[in-house]
Design a protein around this ligand. Structure first.
Ligand SMILES: Nc1ncnc2c1ncn2[C@@H]1O[C@H](COP(=O)(O)OP(=O)(O)OP(=O)(O)O)[C@@H](O)[C@H]1O
Ligand SMILES: [Mg+2]
Length: 324
């Protein structure tokens, strides 16, 4: 391990004719951490990943993967990384097992090594039983898992995943998250793109939000949520009879309180932990029993709406293009 970032984007720009798909994107990903590249359809996520994985050349700028420059040392980059693209890359007519062995052979790995590695990977991705089925007969979730297994054959230190869980049912998604966490615990550096705010929140140490080719925000999931303001302190009293007094107490700390009698809940817009602590202290020695006192932070969805003016799930006006 060194202090050098495992992945660096350095003023990456990609033009397609008149159109700027990626407009001066820079970021760093420390070793053994996860960066979530978050953005809606057409934001430039895939194009950024394609430049970083040497599939397409930057118009200007560059990127480094494990210290190798994508422009001057593309083969060094390719040796250090694995990629699971947005479109499946496995061969439909082969079985899962055959796909893995084929990739191993392409990497020049010995047959003996690959026999063990193939079984390990099938096991890890819950594909052991389906290993001898042709991929054509796999479900979407099984294909996605095989895609990921294939990208791990050469045990790369750096892994790029372009929308790894798109099209998966919630259970498969959570399973895949677990596998990814294990990889990162083992020291792998991960860059994943996603349109799922929850996914970035779950997996990423840091998030870079891009929209229309540009970075519009960057930070930890927590920082992004905090920066959108709108946190609230939520107090639930045990006895409905205490609601009125509780409201007065909260008003002594913050200006505004919303009371929900049915839920015995009081909600006050607040700055964050500081206000929450002040409210907690104000309740001391009042004899009012509380069921709960907590801080409700805005979701990443709220963050995205504030940053871009539209919700992340919302399709852009242009018809969706089919891109590999
Ligand atoms: N080969 C290409 N030729 C022309 N335009 C392209 C090409 N590839 C991408 N684009 C354009 O660049 C922009 C960014 O596309 P990109 O695929 O990187 O977005 P994305 O964030 O991956 O979107 P999605 O979430 O839909 O996968 C889009 O406007 C797209 O139409
Ligand atoms: Mg894409």
């Amino acid at each position: 391990m060194t202090d050098k970032p495992a992945i660096e984007a350095v003023h990456l720009v990609k033009r397609f004719g008149e159109q700027i798909a990626v407009n001066d994107v820079s970021f760093e990903v420390p070793q053994g951490t996860v960066l979530g590249l978050l953005g809606p359809n057409g934001a430039g996520k895939t194009t950024t990943v394609r430049m970083m994985t040497t599939l397409t050349k930057p118009t200007s700028g560059t990127a480094r993967v494990a210290g190798h420059d994508v422009v001057t040392d593309p083969s060094g980059v390719r040796r250090s990384m694995g990629l699971t693209g947005q479109a499946a890359t496995v061969d439909e007519l082969l079985t899962g097992r055959e796909n893995l062995r084929l990739i191993g052979a392409l990497y020049g790995l010995s047959r003996r090594y690959m026999t063990g590695a193939t079984e390990d990977l099938l096991e890890r991705f819950s594909l052991a039983e389906a290993g001898d089925k042709v991929v054509k007969e796999y479900s979407g979730g099984m294909r996605r898992r095989l895609d990921l297994a294939v990208s791990l054959v050469a045990t790369p230190p750096v892994l790029f995943l372009d929308e790894p869980t798109t099209g998966l049912d919630p259970r498969s998604r959570v399973e895949l998250w677990d596998v990814l966490r294990e990889l990162v615990d083992g020291g792998t550096t991960l860059l994943l793109t996603t349109q799922y705010l929850e996914e970035a929140d779950q997996l990423a140490d840091r998030i870079v939000v891009i929209d229309q080719g540009s970075v519009i925000a960057e930070g930890t999931p927590l920082q992004l949520k905090d920066s959108s303001g709108a946190a609230a302190v939520v107090v639930t009293v045990s006895e409905a009879a205490d609601l009125a007094r509780a409201e007065q107490i909260i008003r002594s700390v913050v200006d505004d309180v919303h009371v929900d009698e049915g839920a015995r809940q009081l909600t006050a817009p607040a700055d964050g932990l500081r206000d929450m602590t002040r409210i907690a202290v104000a309740f001391e020695d009042t004899g009012i029993e509380l069921d709960d006192l907590g801080l409700k932070r805005p979701t990443l969805d709220d963050v995205f709406l504030r940053l871009t003016g539209h919700r992340a799930e919302e399709p852009t006006e242009e018809p969706e293009e089919v891109l590999s």
